[in-house]
Design a protein around this ligand. Structure first.
Ligand SMILES: Cc1cc2nc3c(=O)[nH]c(=O)nc-3n(C[C@H](O)[C@H](O)[C@H](O)COP(=O)(O)O)c2cc1C
Length: 195
């Protein structure tokens, strides 16, 4: 298989695998996790500002994350949007995955490039990480609950007003017997026009 065939296979193999399908008791090896995050840092970055930041929750620290997410959901969700199932899911997910990475964009001091471009760079980093995870059979789930946009969340995470969290990246090995999902995309021709 040449490099492009390998890449094609990995890109098509990557799927969203949610925490209930992950084996919480099977940790993600530290060296593997570092190599995934390092692949994230090889994403394109305009002006090489390297705006990605990662905070990793594993083991016992996931309980503090679960509690914080529950508290933040209660504190920031308007009453008419509040849903018990969302609250439970937010709190439980952090304990169902062995590793959770909070990923945010740290706005470059001096604003060398537009904020959107720094966000885009971090989204590229996310994709690098998820593709790398898929390459070794590790499940990943990019979650973006609305609370990540709130000042309360920013304060909890300790990030600046111009920084922006892209989401929570859940990582974990699929449980025994889990069937890796398949997906579909429309034919590429439906998205392309030729000038
Ligand atoms: C920026 C971004 C945010 C996402 N946030 C959520 C989310 O909050 N909840 C969720 O269920 N999926 C979320 N997803 C995952 C998508 O639902 C998923 O990629 C889509 O269903 C396609 O499935 P696939 O990843 O297996 O190809 C997000 C994806 C992206 C790119």
């Amino acid at each position: 298989m040449n490099a492009l065939d390998t890449l094609n296979t990995i890109i098509r193999h990557r799927r969203t695998i949610k925490p209930p399908s992950m084996d919480a008791a099977k940790p993600v090896d530290r060296a593997l996790l570092i190599s995934l995050l390092e692949n994230g840092t090889w994403a394109p970055t305009h002006g090489v500002t390297e705006p990605w930041r990662f905070r990793v929750y594993e083991g016992d620290s996931r309980a503090s994350l679960a509690k914080a997410l529950g508290d933040l959901y209660r504190a920031t969700t308007p009453p008419n949007e509040f849903r018990d199932d969302k609250l439970i899911k937010l709190s439980e997910n952090a304990l169902l995955a062995p590793t959770v990475v909070v990923v945010w964009m740290q706005r470059t001091v001096g604003h060398k490039v537009p904020a959107i471009e720094e966000l885009e760079a971090v989204a590229c980093a996310m994709q690098n990480i998820m593709l790398s995870a898929a390459a070794v059979g590790l499940g990943s789930f990019w979650s973006s609950p609305p609370l990540i946009e709130t000042n309360a969340f920013r304060q909890w995470l300790g990030i600046g007003a111009e920084d922006q969290c892209l989401g929570l990246l859940y990582l974990g090995w699929p449980k025994d017997g889990f069937e890796w999902p398949k997906s579909q995309r429309k034919p590429v021709e439906s998205f392309v026009s030729w000038a």
